[in-house]
Design a protein around this ligand. Structure first.
Ligand code: FAD
Length: 278
């Protein structure tokens, strides 16, 4: 449980972090360290250089920008969970941040680290996907905006280039839309065996619906069959029965692939019912 040797630098600014990343192709950013350090101890990750961005307070914020809420990538889970702006306008994000791990994890881990890590078992990627959120990557040539649907590319892989810093996450204000993040885990502080993020717009009939699944494949995935069925007027029960269509969930110590498919259907039904009642 001892990591391979590495060098360590503290970034003085985001630009400094980008410069350090550009000088060493085996460099990794260190934010809260609650995914990267365990991976290094297991020798699943062996960066030659850690660039510590954990002290860059200017990337820790939640603020309203018109119809959008901007969240700095280094905002810790506990601050996302407690944000009055998110609680009022996009409570699926603050609620879900409060479901991540345990208090110790939430006091160190960051929303940006959670998304940039690209773990299909993480909670926040599904929420950002269901919200059609946007991720702002900052690199040597400035900022570029990546839609959430294009950000997660595989297990531990994202659309970020090696010399880019995830700077900001943008999510829409939800207005009257109903939402749910329904998570099943073996123990309270565990990663999800399966979880479902649902956002449903419409009064009576469904105008727009987005459903995203956690731990049902190599990335968080949209349950498009469910979304289309709801738009076509299907009942929650009939739509939720399609939740596992097209998915290839893993088998591991927590559950078999087939059990995950069963959970996806059950949890989608519960998530949609909760979203409709909110
Ligand atoms: P780090 O560990 O510092 O970094 C993770 C990866 O992201 C690294 O590759 C790093 O280089 C990269 N990175 C970090 N910040 C940036 C950035 N701004 N731009 C570009 N790249 C960046 N997560 C859940 O979702 N649900 C859970 O239930 C859960 N339970 C947990 C339980 C335990 C015991 C532990 C240890 C962790 C758990 N986690 C869980 C993971 C936790 O949420 C992590 O905090 C999070 O996944 C990573 O955030 P971090 O800030 O710690 O990132």
């Amino acid at each position: 449980m001892i990591p391979a040797a590495f060098d360590y630098e503290v970034a003085e600014s985001v630009d400094h972090a980008i410069e350090l990343l550009g000088k060493n192709e085996d460099a990794k950013l260190l934010a809260g360290g609650h995914s990267l350090l365990p991976a290094m101890k297991l020798r699943l990750a062996r960066p030659a250089l850690l660039v510590d961005v954990g002290r860059l307070d200017d990337l820790s914020y939640v603020r309203e920008e018109g119809d959008t809420i901007a969240i700095g990538a280094l905002t810790r889970h506990k601050d996302v969970a407690a944000s009055p702006v998110l609680r009022e306008h996009c409570a699926i994000v603050s609620h879900t941040a409060g479901q991540v791990g345990d208090p110790q994890v939430r006091h160190r881990g960051t929303i940006g680290g959670s998304l940039a890590h690209g773990d299909p078992a993480s909670d926040l990627p599904s929420v950002i996907l269901a919200l059609h959120g946007e991720l702002v990557a900052r690199g040597p040539d400035g900022d570029r905006t990546i839609p959430a649907g294009e950000f997660f590319t595989g297990v531990w892989h994202t659309a970020l280039a090696p010399n880019e810093v995830l700077a900001e996450i943008r999510v829409p204000k939800l207005g009257a839309a109903g939402w749910s993040y329904t998570k099943m885990a073996r123990r309270a502080q565990d990663w999800a065996t399966v979880a479902v993020a649902a956002v449903v717009h419409g009064n009576g009939s469904v105008d727009r619906a987005a459903v995203a699944l956690t731990n049902m494949g190599a990335t968080s995935v949209r349950a498009t069959a469910v979304e289309e069925a709801l738009l076509g007027g299907a009942s929650i029960e009939d739509a939720a029965a399609l939740a596992a269509d097209g998915t290839e969930p893993p088998t591991d110590h927590a559950a078999s692939s087939d059990f995950r498919k069963h959970l996806a259907r059950v949890l989608t039904r519960r998530a949609l019912a909760e979203a409709r009642n909110r």
